[in-house]
Design a protein around this ligand. Structure first.
Ligand code: G6P
Ligand code: ZN
Length: 603
């Protein structure tokens, strides 16, 4: 074996190995830095804060200590980011801390950039990979004056749960220093397969695309999709918003499937100066080119040339779907995919479970009920879907696979990975369109609009929209939530009597809490739900208040409005929901408490 080893190295062409270059690890003393509590999806702060002395190192050491002392200490860790400003510098620093902590194997994608779904799929594909350090602030803007973030995904590819992130936070409060090994930077542009040995760590450059592409190939019928895309009547417009999903879209939608309408698909450190969040406000170019007005209704003066329009966010896990003159709300998108999922090979064996976050509309619930499929309502945050997906493998319980889930915050996905997946959602919609047009060789195409309207006819429409009040005073936001909490039980009726409601009758207030059916863990304070009923039809409506867990400063109050209509499907959602919004604002005293006359964004 000893004699053969150098020979193997000589004759393995794609693999180069540099010999140990680094000195031994040193312990760098440090002191705790306040405020490192991870939110819904990792720790997000201003980039400059991350760049300040020891900030990144303190957090990474606390994270590695937590991982190393878990029941499953990682022998191999993936380090990858969404390409925003500071990505490459942070990756080099994290590698040095991993080496200092003697993690045996570190994987880094060529260029350092990988979309979040690709990260999840890579971790899942490797038995030894215990987790991933993911450098992303998702859809928050990037740049030296904007946001940077880090989250940790565990061995099944899922975002770390609250007990893990709480533990990281506790460690940041008592940290005394971090282990680091100084050495040369890794060449992030080296060929995939290049290995560098630093101390007792081997750092390997990997291909960012390969595993993810093969995962998607098992979910979808690629030849069918490309033949649909090559139909001259079909044209697709995809907006990568200069995020990490862009290069993946170029490869998969562009090179493999033949989509020509690719915009903003090169990844940029500042996302080209935009807010990389795919919604009606921030993806306004795409919205306009799809023949839509900013409120999501059709522009009467402009007909789009595109059959399908879609956008992804900064790290490629969110998606927005539009058709010619129609915007599909994420909650409707989930319901429609659930209804038609048999046209996607992944669901050929029949769907076993669906889930949505509580603030998402109940559109999917209705489909699940009709299909006889189990439906779960979870708190906001993709991590809550993970246990349901792993119910069998990790917990030995009933299996909900194949499983479909989504959130109103432009997240859709399934159990092919453990993150939401922007491109997966786009491929699902191309599959639905291809199926709806099967055998339709020459007539006019069945459009997204036809599919959505047919869905509403079958199930009724859940009118839906969200008001965001960004940058509120945290104290005022807490007072607002506490005030609503005070209305639970008897106080609810009193609030109803004050305003009188008219057509909208206020019924009750409740606080959403969740006990995980798989592992029994409890999550409290997940949002205040105000229930209403429409006087003339008896249809239900609700308003949900929740504080965002992903901001980097101040508080964002989210108000989610939903009204079911079983008969009348036409019209704009913001218009239809205006009265309900007014009632919710009145009852919550939002204006008095936050001083806000108008939401910052309506999506
Ligand atoms: C991230 C998570 C989502 C979650 C969203 C909520 O995007 O990945 O799962 O829905 O944050 O954000 P919020 O700002 O409403 O807490
Ligand atoms: Zn994201």
């Amino acid at each position: 074996v000893i004699l053969l080893f150098p020979l193997i190295l000589l004759f393995t062409p794609s693999l180069s190995l540099s010999l140990p270059t680094s000195k031994s690890s040193v312990f760098v003393p440090s002191t705790p830095i306040p405020g490192m509590k991870p939110g819904t999806s990792g720790l997000r702060k201003k980039t400059k804060q991350w760049m300040s002395e020891n900030y990144l190192s303190n957090f990474i050491q606390s994270l590695l200590d937590t991982a190393n002392e878990s029941s499953n200490p990682p022998h191999e860790i993936l380090v990858a980011g969404d390409g925003r400003y500071y990505n490459a510098v942070a990756i080099q620093q994290i590698i040095k801390i991993c080496v200092g902590n003697k993690i045996p194997n570190v994987l880094v994608p060529r260029t350092g950039i990988m979309s979040t779904p690709a990260v999840s799929s890579l971790i899942r594909s490797r038995d030894d990979c215990g987790g991933g350090i993911v450098l992303t602030a998702s859809h928050n803007p990037g740049g030296v004056d904007e946001d940077f973030g880090i989250k940790y995904n565990e061995g099944r590819g899922q975002p770390a749960d609250e007990s893990f992130t709480d533990e990281v936070y506790e460690r940041t409060k008592v940290i005394q220093g971090f282990w680091k090994e100084e050495g040369e930077d890794i060449d992030l542009n080296a060929e995939a397969g290049t290995k560098t040995v630093l101390g007792s760590t081997t750092v390997t450059i990997i291909d960012p695309f390969k595993t993810y592409i093969s995962t998607l190939r098992t979910s979808f019928d690629f030849p069918l999709l490309s033949s649909f895309i090559s139909d001259p009547r079909v044209s697709i417009l995809f907006d990568g918003m200069h995020g990490a999903g862009g290069p993946f879209a170029s490869k998969i939608l562009g090179d493999i499937l033949g989509v020509e309408g690719l915009m903003r698909c090169e990844s940029k450190e500042d996302f080209g100066g935009i807010h990389p969040d795919p919604n009606l406000s921030y993806a306004s170019d795409l919205v306009e080119r799809m023949g839509l007005l900013p409120d999501g209704t059709a522009n009467p003066d402009f007909t789009s040339e595109f059959t399908l329009g879609a956008a992804n966010d900064g790290d490629g896990d969110r998606n927005m779907i539009c058709g010619k003159g129609i915007f599909v709300t994420p909650s409707d998108s989930l319901a429609i995919i659930a209804d038609r999922c048999e046209c996607i090979p992944q669901f050929k064996g029949g769907l076993k479970g669906v889930a949505r976050s509580m603030p998402s509309s109940g559109a999917v619930d209705v489909v699940a009920e009709r299909k006889g499929v189990e439906c779960f309502v979870t708190p906001t945050g993709w991590k809550f879907f993970g246990n349901l997906m792993d119910s069998k493998e990790a917990f030995g319980k009933k299996s909900y696979s194949p499983f479909l889930c989504g959130e109103e915050s432009f997240g859709t996905g399934s159990d092919h990975i453990r993150e939401k997946d922007g491109l997966w959602a786009v491929l699902s919609w191309i599959s639905i369109l291809a199926d709806a047009n099967k055998g339709n060789e020459e007539g006019s195409l069945v459009q997204v609009k036809d599919i959505v309207e047919e869905h509403w006819k079958k199930y009724g429409r859940h009118f839906y929209c969200r008001y965001d009040y960004e940058g509120c005073d945290s104290g005022a936001a807490d007072t607002l939530m506490d005030g609503l909490r005070g209305l639970v039980g008897g106080g609810g009726k009193a609030a109803a009597d004050v305003g009188g409601g008219g057509e909208i009758v206020f019924e009750s207030v409740e606080e959403f809490e969740y006990t995980d059916p798989v592992d029994g863990s409890f999550s409290g304070k997940q949002g205040m739900v105000l229930n209403f009923k429409m006087k003339s039809t008896g249809d239900k409506a609700r308003a949900v208040f929740r504080l965002s867990g992903t901001g980097s400063s101040g508080a964002t109050v989210r108000l989610y409005l939903e009204q079911y209509d079983g008969k009348n499907f036409q019209g704009s959602a913001p218009e239809k929901l205006k009265l309900l919004g007014e009632e919710a604002i009145r009852i919550s005293k939002l204006q008095e408490l936050t001083g806000r006359e108008q939401p910052t964004v309506i999506t």
